[in-house]
Design a protein around this ligand. Structure first.
Ligand code: 1PR
Length: 544
């Protein structure tokens, strides 16, 4: 098997990259010291998280001269995400720390006044008329980043670089660069489905370098630039009464059948269903271990195995949630939330989702006068793996009040759907333990606290809407979107493709998630995508 060398400097969750490389028939060999770098023929520098942190780690371990020497020797080099950013002179994310300076320019932050930041999702990498490592105009690639190289026509080209760009809001940014044997992508090719595997292959085989600048394929009439509307499939997973790990789905969080037996609703096997959704075009797959608060997560090996198996065949981002908090193992050993998250990342997760623990952490945050001490699960995991790796999953419930602000200290909205006694106002109370316990905290308080702690994204469920097939709670989504900068995934209530169109057109949500309608086979993800496309929204279609 041909070998590719991956630089190991504790860059985080690189399992997906290894899986993608192996899928393409290559073997991964790790470079663990600077002295090992010269033996690499093809070297990949993966990177997630913070620019300054990555560069300092590389510098402290003495890697920088060895990487520069590899690049200067003309041997194949690929940088991914922060691995691309490392090629620049610096980044405003950490102005004190220099980059490699191979590209004479510096990165800045996306402007958040007109859009969610970080930029998360599937966007283009337009190469213009010239070929660039088999990037295609009709393909979309998975990005997740806060800092970017703003594209200024001709600037990098005058230094000999070929450039692919994406657009986000009003900004055009650099999505990939190449010069001879040097190739770097701001997006994650290992998480970009077939299109991503194709560009990694172009690097590995050397075809990309050989064809650089040749005529590129022209876009088809379907081509639409910019970020797509993300459609996510969610699998609630739990052990049923027979001890099997199954995909289930509740109605307002009740996952038991209605008959006398009250069996846990069994809708299929997690690994098979995830693959099916990937092949139908799901932009991400989320697994929620919905009874984690009862079990010890360390004993929960089947969930880790689900991730290991899924990540070998599903090349889009995988999120896992349930039980991510400081805990005590069955043998009495203390295990931190960070250690549990690490186990999930090593098994193939790209993001972890935190539910109950986020609410408790937010309560503490307010009780201590909005001070951060760096010790919550959100802070620890986002510090180690980057904000983009931490999703906070919220299970809110409507609380109706007769007359708005006067009736409660909580953030109320005037609702078009009055309560049982005709109440015209409501607020959304956060719950923990899968909706079993309601806390005196509203969604606005929660999302603002977790954003301050370093959460990168919000998975916004709604207990009132869950499993109802009646559409998303648009009022809730708008209230949350108005309160924060980080992206929001709308969840709960999707029953037909039109509900996805509605949530994208009537709210500013960044993504939308469905569960029951897909599990019951009423609609496929690809039918939802086709519908959105017909209505003029930009989507990514699965490339077989
Ligand atoms: O609190 O950190 O251990 O995490 C537990 C996780 O499990 C949380 O993310 C919580 O949302 C989830 N959870 C707990 N109990 C349930 C339950 O259903 N009994 N499921 C549960 C949450 C909601 C969505 C669902 C959407 C879309 N499920 O994931 O998929 O509502 O459904 P629909 O499209 O069919 O309407 P922790």
């Amino acid at each position: 098997m041909p070998t590719v060398h991956l630089l190991d400097y504790v860059a985080g969750n690189v399992r997906s990259l290894v899986n993608a490389i192996e899928k393409l028939g290559y073997e991964v060999d790790w470079i663990k010291t600077p002295e090992d770098v010269p033996r690499a023929e093809k070297l990949i520098l993966p990177g997630v998280g913070h620019f300054g942190h990555c560069m300092s780690q590389l510098a402290q371990a003495g890697f920088l001269p060895a990487i520069k020497a590899h690049i200067e020797s003309g041997k194949p080099f690929m940088g991914i995400c922060v691995g691309l950013q490392a090629l620049f002179e610096g980044s405003s994310e950490d102005p004190e720390v220099p980059g490699l300076g191979v590209i004479k320019s510096s990165l800045g932050r996306f402007d958040a006044t007109d859009k969610a930041v970080p930029h998360i999702g599937w966007n283009s990498a337009n190469t213009g008329s010239g070929s660039l490592y088999d990037l295609r105009p009709d393909s979309k690639y998975y990005y997740v980043h806060t800092y970017r190289e703003a594209y200024k026509k001709g600037e990098l080209e005058s230094q000999g670089w070929s450039v692919a760009t994406g657009t986000y809001g009003g900004e055009t940014f650099v999505g990939a660069v190449a010069k001879g044997n040097i190739y770097a992508t701001q997006f994650h090719p290992e998480k970009s489905g077939v299109a991503g595997l194709r560009t990694i292959r172009a690097f590995l085989t050397g075809e990309g370098a050989k064809n650089l600048g040749a005529a590129a394929p022209a876009p088809t009439s379907e081509f639409k630039d910019g970020l797509t509307r993300r459609v996510i499939a969610c699998l609630d997973v739990r052990t049923n009464d027979q001890g099997d790990l199954v995909v289930t789905k509740g109605d307002q969080y009740d996952v038991r059948e209605k008959g006398d037996e009250r069996d846990v609703r069994n809708l299929g096997k997690p690994v098979e269903m995830a693959k099916k959704y990937y092949e139908a075009g799901a932009d991400e797959v989320t697994f929620l271990n919905i009874t984690s608060f009862r079990d010890c997560p360390l004993a929960d090996l089947p969930m880790l195995e689900i991730l290991r198996q899924t990540s070998k065949t599903v090349f889009v981002p995988l999120t896992v949630g349930g039980g991510i908090r400081d805990t005590v193992d069955t043998d009495g050993t203390k295990v931190s939330a960070l250690e549990i998250a690490t186990m999930y990342f090593k098994s193939g997760a790209d993001k972890v989702s935190i539910g109950s623990d986020a609410v408790l952490a937010a309560e503490e945050y307010y009780s201590l006068g909005k001070k951060l001490f760096g010790n919550t699960a959100i802070e620890q995991i986002s510090r180690a793996y980057g904000n983009q790796a931490v999703v906070v999953s919220i299970d809110p419930k409507r609380v109706y009040v007769p007359n708005g602000r006067d009736a409660t200290r909580h953030a109320t909205i005037e609702t078009k759907f009055p309560g049982p006694k005709g109440e015209k106002y409501c607020w959304y109370a956060c719950t923990i333990k899968g909706g079993r316990e309601t806390r005196d905290m509203d969604v606005v308080e929660l999302v603002q606290a977790v954003e301050a702690m370093g959460a990168g994204e919000i998975l916004l469920n709604c207990i009132d809407k869950d499993g109802t097939n009646s559409g998303f709670d648009l009022e809730l989504i708008e209230q949350v979107k108005s309160a924060i900068e980080i992206p929001v995934i709308a969840s709960s209530g999707a029953g037909v493709p039109a509900h996805f169109e509605e949530v994208f057109n009537k709210t500013r949500t960044d993504a939308a998630l469905g569960a029951g309608m897909f599990h019951r086979g009423e609609y496929t993800v690809s039918q939802v995508k086709d519908y959105l496309q017909e209505k003029g929204l930009v989507v990514r279609q699965y490339e077989g």
